[in-house]
Write a protein of this length. Structure first.
Length: 460
């Protein structure tokens, strides 16, 4: 889109109008957007068109219509994070990453739905209700960046911004048949996100791009990345795109399951397809299941499930009636976990650092890993367990395939590769070493090129 705008083959005004028309047609069924500003989008599109006409210098995303998850501050738009506690809250300034996107010429159409305070893998709340998948309205596009995934998959947005503390970019991308990138904490500033990425959350929570293609992920990543003083994990890491010859020398390890949580047969097949595709593309691909995954899962649960409950529960004192059923359920799970004391939290923090060091040592041999993004494809609204290979897989366990890498701090992308018996998309996860997003995206692009699995959802 940006290239055709630069070449004056495509009008920013026509492009904005086309997206707004699609929002008007599809959003009543999907409920992906919770706040759209058509007048502002058209005004900015006219200005973008004028800049092209006048021959001014154009940014990398000039005139491209995008969306932002409602937990990220975008000036003039609602930033409610799906909770009644923030009902009607309008951001007065842009988060740094939104400012960078606007500076590159992107036009923000609106903000998208999420579960209350982002604590679910299904996007539903008391403010706006549930978001439906463009593949099947009776299923969820995932969470917590579910509104974002649905908007992008359905063509209501060219791409945008999600956040991820336990798979919240990658699971919706996998469910919705699009691409998503969870970066290393600090590579893209989380400043301006609510809830704030601070304390233990700073180690696991990130913001990142979501789009229909890996090339679009790369375009967003290049604009969004870079340190910001508001992000405690920030580091001045320059862009370093590897050459094709260096990429082909990578050794890639893959595993279809973790030996604990079974995955559907089609999920297993998608990982195998991805491994064979990359081997055909010239990569060294070998079966390899890292050690320490179960330790990482248990530690993630302390940092995310228990700590989140400790932080969120006090916010609702006297306003318990404002909790959505999904958040209430999450807080019950949190309360059932063993209490964290100062000593046990310190032990968990030290344990996390040890687990990370041991994991990265294994990645010396395999700098890239391939594995499932989740145990299942998109589930029906309200489901909380599934029967797979003779076992019952519980709600939190189904996403352990993404949770590990939040705890360990690895960048990871999801690319569509296969589909389920019901025709639902299945993505595969590509995991790299911290601060090596460029390598992850390069392998993701090669996989996408080999599989060519993306297709539009059936909603029209």
């Amino acid at each position: 889109m940006a290239q055709e705008i630069r070449e004056e083959k495509l009008s920013p005004v026509e492009l904005a109008d086309a997206h707004l028309a699609k929002i008007e047609r599809l959003n009543p069924r999907l409920n992906a957007f919770v706040h759209v500003d058509p007048d502002r989008a058209r005004r900015e599109a006219r200005a973008a068109e004028g800049a092209v006409r006048e021959g001014r210098k154009l940014g990398a995303l000039h005139g491209v219509p995008i969306s932002i998850k409602s937990s990220v501050a975008a000036q003039g738009f609602r930033c409610e994070s799906g909770t009644r506690l923030r009902a009607g809250f309008i951001a007065t300034e842009d988060a740094p990453l939104v400012s960078r996107l606007r500076s590159a010429g992107a036009i923000v159409l609106g903000v998208t739905n999420a579960p209350e305070l982002l604590m679910a893998w299904e996007s539903d709340n008391l403010l706006y209700g549930r978001t439906n998948s463009p593949w099947d309205l009776e299923r969820t596009p995932g969470g917590s960046s579910g509104g974002e995934a649905a908007a992008i998959a359905a063509g209501m947005s060219a791409g945008g911004v999600g956040s991820d503390g336990g798979g919240s970019i990658r699971v919706p991308a996998h469910f919705s048949g699009i691409c998503g990138l969870k970066p290393t904490p600090g590579r893209i500033p989380s400043t301006g996100h609510f809830p704030e990425s601070s304390g233990p959350f700073a180690l696991i929570g990130v913001v990142g791009p979501m789009a229909r293609t890996v090339a679009d992920l790369r375009a967003f990543f290049e604009v969004m990345q870079g340190p910001d003083e508001g992000d405690s994990c920030a580091a001045p890491v320059p862009l370093r795109w590897p050459s094709d010859s260096r990429i082909r020398n990578l050794r890639i390890g893959y595993f279809e399951d973790d030996g604990r949580t079974p995955v559907t047969a089609e999920t297993r097949a998608a990982v195998e397809t991805a491994a064979h595709a990359l081997h055909s593309a010239g990569f060294q691909v070998e079966p390899f299941r890292p050690e320490g995954l179960e330790e990482a899962r248990k530690l993630w649960k302390k940092f995310f499930v228990k700590v989140a409950g400790m932080l969120i529960s006090p916010m609702f004192r006297g306003r318990e009636h404002d909790q959505s059923p999904i958040l209430k359920q999450f807080l019950e799970w949190s309360a059932a976990e063993p209490e964290l004391t100062g000593e046990s939290l310190l032990d968990a923090w030290i344990g996390r650092d040890g687990a990370r060091a041991r994991f990265l040592e294994q990645m010396r041999r395999y700098p890239i890993l391939l594995c499932p993004a989740a145990a299942i494809p998109a589930f029906r609204h309200g489901e909380r367990s599934w029967h797979i290979e003779g076992q019952t897989v519980g709600y939190l366990d189904a996403w352990s395939y993404t949770e590990w890498f939040n705890l360990l701090g690895n960048p990871a992308a999801v690319v569509p590769v296969g589909e389920s018996a019901e025709g639902l998309p299945i993505g595969v996860q590509i995991v790299g070493r911290p601060w090596e997003e460029e390598w992850v995206l390069a392998v993701a692009a090669a996989l996408e090129n080999e599989c060519k699995a993306w297709k539009a959802p059936p909603i029209r």
